[in-house]
Each structure stands twice: as C-alpha cells, then as structure tokens.
Design a protein around this ligand. Sequence first.
Ligand code: ADP
Length: 483
Amino acid sequence: MSFPTEWRNPSLYINGIFTGARADRRFEVFNPADGTLVGSAPDAGAAETESAIAAAHAAFHGWSRQTANDRAALMRRLYDLILVHKEALAQLLTTEQGKPLAEARGEVQGGADYVLWFAEEARRVYGETIQANVPNKRLLVLKQPVGVVGAITPWNFPFSMLTRKGAPALAAGCTVVVKPAEHTPLIALAFATLVHEAGFPPGTFNVVTGSDPAPIGNALLTDARVRKISFTGSTAVGKMLMKAGADQMKKFSLELGGHAPFLVFADADLNEAVKGAIASKFRNAGQTCICANRMLVQREVASEFASRLAEAAAGLQVGPGTLPGVAIGPLIDERAVRKVQDHVEDAVAAGAKVLCGGSRVEDRSGNFFAPTVLLGVTPSMRVMTEETFGPVAPVLAFDTEEEAIRLANDTPYGLAAYAYTRDLGRAMRLADGLEYGIVGINDPTPTVVQAPFGGIKESGVGREGGKYGLEAYLELKYVSLGL
Ligand code: ADP
C-alpha cells in the first residue's frame, strides 16, 4: 500500500505534540479484508484525554480571538495539504476500513470539501442589531464560538466525519478534542499530521485514540471545560452520551442511526430506480447511516424491480477494496457479518425469498457478505425493523401512496428517505409527508457540503454541513447597550 509507513504506528496529537499513551500502551489495527495487521495506535484513556482537554482549553482564548480571515487561511492550507496527500489517505482508509478505493478517494475529497467550505463560511458569521424600544439603547446579537468541543467519530466514514465536525468547529473559533472509533484510529492520526503541517496553533486540534471508548468518553462528558459534544454513531450510544452530558447542560450534535425507506412508485423510471437503489444501498457495503434499508415498491412493479435489482446486485464484484473493479468491500468485523447473517436468516425463516446472495462469501478470508436481495418480506421481520448495516435489500410491496408513506414513517428513526416517481405532485406530497431530515427524490446521493445533514426522531439532534453546520458551533449572545 502506498502510504507513509509512519502512518501505520502513529502517536497521539496533543497540544501540537506527537506523543505516546501512558506506559506506551498501544492497540492493534487490522485490515478487515484479510485480517492482517495494519499497525497500531496509542491506547489512551482518561489521563491523556484530560491533557488534550487542558490543551484545547488553553488554546481557546487565542484561537477564538484570531480573525476569521486568519483561521480561514490556515484551513485553506489544510485543504491543500489533504489534496496533496489524497491518494495516500485513500489507500490508508481502504486498508484500515475496507471500502473500495474509488469510494475512499471520494470520501477523502468529500472530507477536504468540508474543510474548504467551512474555511469560506468562517468569514461569513454575521451578528444582528435589533430595534430597541427606547431611543437610548442599542440591542446587539453577537455570535461566539461555544468553546472546547469533544468530537466522537465513527468507523464507517472515519475521514469525512472528522472534517465535517472539526472544520466547522475550527472555523467558528472552537478548539477540538477528537476521539476516533477504535477500528479506524490511523486515518485520524494521519490527518493530525496534516493539521500540524498546516501550522494550526498547539492545542487547537487534538486527537486521542483508545481501544476502550468509555474512559475517553467519560473524560469528555464530565469535564466542564468541554462545552459541546458532536457525535456520529449508534442511537444507543448517542442516547447514553446525551444523558451523561445533561448534568452539565452540554450542547449536543448527534448524528445517529437511520432506517431509510426507499420508495419506488409504478410511475417511476425503473432503470433509474434500480441504479439509485444500487448506489444508495450498496455503497460502503451498506454500512452508511443514510443507506436505503427498506425497499418499498408499488405492487405492480415490485417483482420486476426486485428481479432487476437482484440482477444488478449479483453483478457487483465483492473483494478487497484495493482490487480494481471491486464494488463491495468487507464489512468492518465478524460481528457485523453475524448481524447481517442473522437478519437474512430471520427473514428467510419467516418466508422471504432470496433473489441473490444471502450468505457470507466463504471463499474469502475477510468479512465479506454477498450483496443480497430479498423478496416477500413483511413489516415485522428484523430487516424491516432494525438497521442492518450491510449489503441486504429487502423488498416489500405496497398498494397506495398513503400506505407507502405510513410504512415509511413507521419507525423511531428519521434520518434519510428516498423516493422514485415522475409525478410532480406526488414528489411534493412525499417531500411534505416523509418524516425525515433528508429526503432524496429521484436522487440516491443527496449529501453535499453546502446542505444540512441530520435526522429527526431517534436519528439525532442538529445538522452538519452548510451554514447550519457552522451555527452548531456558535452561541448567541444578546447585548443590550444603554447609551
Ligand atoms: P457502532 O456500533 O457502529 O460501532 P458506536 O456508536 O458504538 O457505533 O460507535 C461510534 C463512536 O462512538 C465510536 O467512536 C465509538 O468508539 C464511540 N463510543 C462507543 N461507546 C462509547 C462510550 N461509552 N463513550 C464514548 N464514545 C463511545
């Protein structure tokens, strides 16, 4: 793999210094495609996190008072450095996380785009003046950075989630302590070397890795100097963090689980719907929180859609992400494979029919699961009630638009929903009626840096991306000035 060997066994990044964990403790990182050892990361806990928080807190005063232009200039330099190292970062990402190299390149570019977007947005933070009710007062609204931010990132998009949180925080004038997921610590520490090279002041951006998230998370949640937690991960952990942070009334941005419905109406362009379903369902081997999880298809076209989808899915090449032509890489670990297998077995036992795939790929040593399409599923099967987080597309038939919307909304989740239709009125009714933070109509890939990303219900709190992503790191201060 062509990335610097130093990236295999990196150090923590605290207060602008690369340093080991206490007693030089480390934990190993494995390639999910073949189980081989990639390298190791420092195994930090509460003490190292406390040092990082202290550094971020000390740096906040100076960083928050730099001009937006100066902060933007550093971020622009960071953007350029990411692009210089784009290929190496993508290779590391595929090695550590498993996704096909083309997707890894896309993620690194997307991650860089957040840095550029927020570098530009940094200069566009505007306050307000309000009409006073007496002549000798002036009422002002100031926007100020919230303070030290704890950013907890997931393994499925370990690079772009780092920048989707880190970039707006830094742009707003906050300082950051990042805790990457234990499966993917290396990409975050590689990113830290670029932050360092760009010349950010010591303590503005810190990365603490560990094999056990709990002590690091606890340190972030119980330290009053940390004013905000930005988390992307499971709903269960998100709820736990929010409860723990309630004591200090920390601010939260939470991007949690999804259970996206993918609606196909009989009036849709079926070719486009199949292409869209492949793009939405099988990206990152189905391990994205906005992945289509439930295919709801109008009865007239359900079996045709399912068989076309199965034909397309069966044609997706499964293998290590570094092999040319591979579209489906390994799942992150054995536990993930078992969960997907359980979901498929549960559906089959209750009468679903496997149109393609249906099992792990036995002739490969890694965590590979064959792209799977199931027909004849019912709403009570686990594939229809839980997030599968794997390459499984269950197809359920519906009759009417009202039924489709009701089925789509019948979940505690509310992150992303998709629909295919050529009827403009229906498209607008779906946009109105689907209880989701993101709705893609005839669009399977709605995520862009300039738009708000986030969910409602148990899928989370707050939005990342766009101007909204910056607001999440700003507090309003109202000043009433007597003259
Ligand atoms: P998944 O099940 O997809 O791995 P998680 O919610 O467990 O999702 O992980 C998302 C992120 O949350 C990771 O960085 C993980 O280390 C972190 N995490 C998990 N448990 C805790 C915890 N108790 N405190 C802080 N962070 C945690």
